[in-house]
Structures are given as structure tokens and as C-alpha cells.
Design a protein around this ligand. Structure first.
Ligand code: ATP
Length: 306
């Protein structure tokens, strides 16, 4: 049994430009590098879930343009099915400027079509959510759509995950709809006011999410792994070292997608968290975001060596 994962989320095309400095208004600069790749947390998590072995569907909006074709292509490659609404608004894109030397970045994101995902869109895909084992969403699309989808999932007895990224003020009513909230350290701090620096502070933040109404919480802690709190007991799951770290962008998406896939297959929360940490541990040894997501066989091979 593969287990079924449904995802409400966003695809954007990432356009990464490298240069020595940013141009001023009115100026044109010669860059030193460029890359075009698939991005958007929902899309990245869908690719991670499918590669990790789940039957995966992504509910989203795209335009009718080259970037939409790119989304279709990466999903077809990974085995993600699209429940996609298409309209005249262009597919979203991110302009990522990376400064040579420092590696620091400055980003403009235009959510495009995905910014128009509505409650009616979610309603029209109700069956996709109800027929899944696990539903996951993030905060890149309109909040109302996320809440509507969580309500449908919860009412149908589907396990729900909210990856509250990027962090934003949330209404209290959202938490009781979540079986798991999965923030990173920064998001956990923004949402709870508790500064997360170590396992005890992560535990405190996770307890706070449960006080707010979530059933469980997982705080991802970068190279420190993840803290799982099931409402009663806190367990620290260490990060998995799979080789030299090349790029950590998308580690959170690797964790969330593969954690959802593992839960959908029937693994218990602790084992699913370990599976997520192993998947994310592999993804950070590879460049890119979606292309760095490992397969179930790769993740299980790594776990068998621990
Ligand atoms: P990003 O925003 O970079 O995509 P994030 O901040 O959302 O990531 P993190 O908490 O940094 O998420 O990482 C998610 C998971 O990835 C961690 O729980 C851990 O398992 C794994 N991970 C992150 N960094 C490393 C690392 N350097 N080595 C091994 N595993 C890592």
C-alpha cells in the first residue's frame, strides 16, 4: 500500500540570477550566472511525497504559459498528479538575486495564479482531499483556502498537516484542524513568541501549539533534526548525515513531503519523523530543491545503515 497524500499549495518558477551587486534603478548590469528551476513549497512537498512513495495529488492554480508547462513536466517526472485549475493570470515566479561572494539573496515573489486559489476552488476538489490518507498545506496560498481544505480533511477523518511557512498571523480556529503543525525554528518563534534555540525551547514551543489546539507538533531544527511532540511526550529525532552538505534550501519541503508519505503508508509518527529526517538529510547533499528529493528506496537504504 503506497498511501495517498493530497496537497494544497503553490508552484512558482524560480529564476535565480547571480551578480556582484544589485543594479540601481535605471541601471543594467551584466550577471555572472542564471538558473531556472521549479519552486513553491506545495510543489516541492508534492515531489518529495511522490518520490518517497506516496500516491500524490497537488491541488493548485496555474496560468497557461511556459512556467505552467514546467510544473506539469516536473510533476509528471516525479509521478505527482495535478488537480489543477487554469486561468488567464500568469503562473507565479520568483526573482532570486544571489550576491557573488556573500551568497546572500534578495527575492521578489509574484504568486500569480496561485494567489487566486479560492474556497470555491478547494470545494471543487473536495473528493481529492476526502480520498487521501494524509492532507498537507502551507501558507503560500490564501489562508481562507487553506482553512477550507483543512476543514474538509478533518471532517473526512484524513490526517492533517499544516506546515506554517512562511509564517504569518494565524486565527486560533486553525489549530484544532491540525493533527500536526510542522514549523521550523523561526516560524515556531514567530507563531508562539518562544525563541527556539535547543531541544527544551523547541519542546516548549511544541507544547504551546498543542495548547492552542493542535493535536501534535514537529519543530524542525536544521542540523539538529526535529522535535516531535504528540500532545503528551516529546521525542528528539536527530538529523541524519548522508554526506557533505551542499545546499539546505528545500530541506523543510523534503522533510514535510516525505513525513506525509510515511504517515500515509501507516508508519507511526516517530518512525515517520525519522523517515522525514533521512529524506531531508539526503536532500541537503544535493543541489536544487525539487530535483534533490530522494526516492523511497534511497531513504530506506540510508535508514538501514543507521
Ligand atoms: P529550508 O527553509 O532551508 O528549506 P527549513 O528551515 O524549513 O529548511 P530545517 O529545519 O532547516 O527546515 O530542516 C528540515 C529538516 O532537514 C531537519 O529537520 C533535518 O532533518 C534536515 N536538515 C536540515 N539541515 C540539515 C543538515 N545540515 N544536515 C542534515 N539534515 C539537515
Amino acid at each position: 500500500m503506497a498511501g495517498r497524500v493530497s496537497i494544497l499549495g503553490v508552484f512558482v518558477a524560480d529564476l535565480t540570477f547571480r551578480a556582484d551587486r544589485q543594479p540601481s534603478i535605471g541601471e543594467t548590469l551584466l550577471g555572472t550566472g542564471f538558473a531556472l528551476g521549479p519552486g513553491g513549497k506545495g510543489s516541492n512537498q508534492a515531489v518529495a511525497a511522490a518520490r518517497a512513495g506516496a500516491e500524490t495529488v497537488i491541488i493548485t492554480r496555474l496560468g497557461r504559459d511556459m512556467f505552467a508547462d514546467m510544473a506539469d513536466e516536473i510533476w509528471a517526472e516525479a509521478g505527482v498528479r495535478g488537480a489543477v485549475m487554469r486561468g488567464a493570470t500568469p503562473t507565479g515566479a520568483a526573482h532570486i538575486y544571489v550576491e557573488n561572494g556573500s551568497g546572500d539573496n534578495a527575492i521578489i515573489i509574484y504568486p500569480g495564479a496561485a494567489g487566486e486559489i479560492s474556497v470555491a476552488d478547494v470545494e471543487s476538489q473536495r473528493v481529492e482531499i476526502e480520498h487521501s490518507d494524509v492532507f498537507i498545506t502551507q501558507l503560500e496560498q490564501p489562508l481562507k483556502a487553506a482553512i477550507a481544505a483543512l476543514e474538509i480533511a478533518k471532517a473526512a477523518g484524513v490526517t492533517t498537516i499544516l506546515n506554517p511557512a512562511p509564517a504569518r498571523a494565524l486565527p486560533q480556529e486553525i489549530y484544532p484542524l491540525c493533527d500536526y503543525v510542522t514549523p521550523n525554528e523561526t516560524e515556531a518563534e514567530q507563531l508562539t513568541g518562544i525563541k527556539v534555540v535547543d531541544i527544551p525551547s523547541a519542546t516548549q514551543a511544541a507544547e504551546r501549539f498543542c495548547d492552542l489546539g493542535a493535536k501534535g507538533a514537529i519543530i524542525t531544527l536544521g542540523a539538529q533534526g526535529a522535535l516531535l511532540f504528540d500532545g503528551k511526550e516529546a521525542r528528539h529525532v536527530p538529523a541524519v548525515v548522508a554526506g557533505e552538505v551542499v545546499e539546505t534550501t528545500g530541506a523543510g519541503d523534503a522533510f514535510n513531503g516525505s513525513f506525509a508519505a510515511a504517515l500515509a503508508r501507516g508508519l507511526d509518527p516517530l518512525a515517520a519523523t525519522g523517515f522525514g529526517c533521512a529524506a531531508a538529510g539526503i536532500s541537503v547533499t544535493r543541489p536544487g530543491t525539487a530535483p534533490s528529493m530522494p526516492t523511497r528506496a534511497e531513504i530506506e537504504a540510508l535508514l538501514s545503515t543507521l
